[in-house]
Structure formats: C-alpha cells, structure tokens
Design a protein. Structure first.
Length: 182
DNA sequence: TAGGCCATCTGGTCCT
DNA sequence: AGGACCAGATGGCCTA
C-alpha cells in the first residue's frame, strides 16, 4: 500500500459538537459535506460512548470560554508545527533520489531511504578517498575516524548496522523494493 | 472491505 | 506562564 498525492484534509473540530458549538476561528472554514458532518457526529457520539475519555466541563455551562480559546490557539499552533514538519519531509523527499518520481514517498519511506542514502554516500566517499589514506591531506582519515566512531557508538547501543560496503547495496535494494511497491 | 497513511484534536510534559 | 513537543486517539481517503 503506497502513499498517494492527495489534497490536504481537515477534520471537523470537536468543539463544534460540544459546549462550544458555533465558536470557530476565521481561518478554519467549515469542512466537508453534509454526509461528512453526519458521519462526524455519529462517530463522535460513538467515541463518547466507549471511546477515549474526555474531561468533563469545568463549569455549569461547559468549558470556560477562555479555556476553549486557549485550546483553539493551541490547536492552531500544533497544526502549524505539523505543517512545518511536513514541509521538512517534502524538502527531504526532493533531495533523495528514488525510482518513481510520480509516487510520493511516505514518511517512513522517506526517513528510511534518507538514512541509507546518507550511509551509502558516506561509504562511497570513504571508498573514493581510501587511495589517499593514510595520513595524507584530505577528508579521508578524519572521515574514516568519524565513521568508525559512529559504528562503535551504534554497536554500544545494540544496533546491528551493516558494514560500510553494505550500505549502498541496502539502499539500492530499498529503492527497488519501494519501486516494486512492497 | 481491510489495511496503510495521513491530518487533526487533545492532554500531558518539558523548556524557556 | 505560555509555547513547543510528544504520543494517543480518531476518522477520512485511497488502494489492493
């Protein structure tokens, strides 16, 4: 199952069906059709029955207005934060070479490919600079030391990483598997 | 229709 | 105190 390019979605704000119905920030337009609204109401009712517990109202008329306002502002900040995170993911996608440019990489695919791409580049650099080792000018020795330290640190944490020469292989395999849609 | 992926809401915790 | 960060929960969309 692969990620598709789809338009952004918004969920119906929970407050709309609770004590704060009608309170809506200007930048949060009413979402969805009547059907979606009905589905949202139904599912929320079901959630109230057996779903996640929600805190009770803080006063006779439900949550205090200032509390609701803070929550809405917090939601907006959280949304913005997630949008920034997604922008960063998109920027990362754009610098990772992968086979099918028409297919958007999922987040987990992006992170996994990026990790192995970095490792494959590192091993390539090591290979290319090995002719000038040891002790000569250039990035070789320092890079190699750094790489060794990373490997040791990873081992100390119990990681089971392949040897440097295996990273390129792993990266190619991964690209292939993503292309195949596995 | 099930499963994968995602956006959003939410409350708790950490940080400044 | 207020914002950032995090993780759990939930529902929508899409594809096999």
């Amino acid at each position: 199952m692969k990620t598709k390019n789809r338009p952004p979605r918004r969920r119906l704000p929970l407050q709309d069906t609770e004590a704060t119905a009608g309170e809506r920030t200007p930048d949060r337009p009413q979402q969805g059709s009547g059907l979606e609204l009905a589905k949202g109401l139904r599912s929320r009712a079901a959630r109230a029955e057996g779903g996640r517990r929600r805190p009770g109202p803080s006063g006779p008329g439900g949550r205090r207005e200032s509390s609701v306002q803070r929550r809405l502002e917090s939601n907006e900040r959280e949304r913005q934060r997630m949008h920034k995170l997604n922008n960063a993911f998109q920027a990362l996608r754009e610098v990772i070479p992968h086979v099918r440019a028409d297919k958007k990489l999922s987040k987990i695919e992006t992170l996994t490919l990026a990790k192995n791409y970095i490792k494959s580049l590192t091993s390539t650099i090591l290979t290319m600079s090995s002719g000038r080792l040891p002790g000569l000018d250039g990035p070789g020795p320092k890079l190699y030391q750094h790489y060794q330290q990373q490997q040791v640190a990873g081992g100390a944490l119990g990681a089971t990483e392949p040897q440097p020469e295996g990273h390129l292989q792993r990266y190619s395999t991964q690209i292939h598997s993503f292309r195949e849609g596995s």
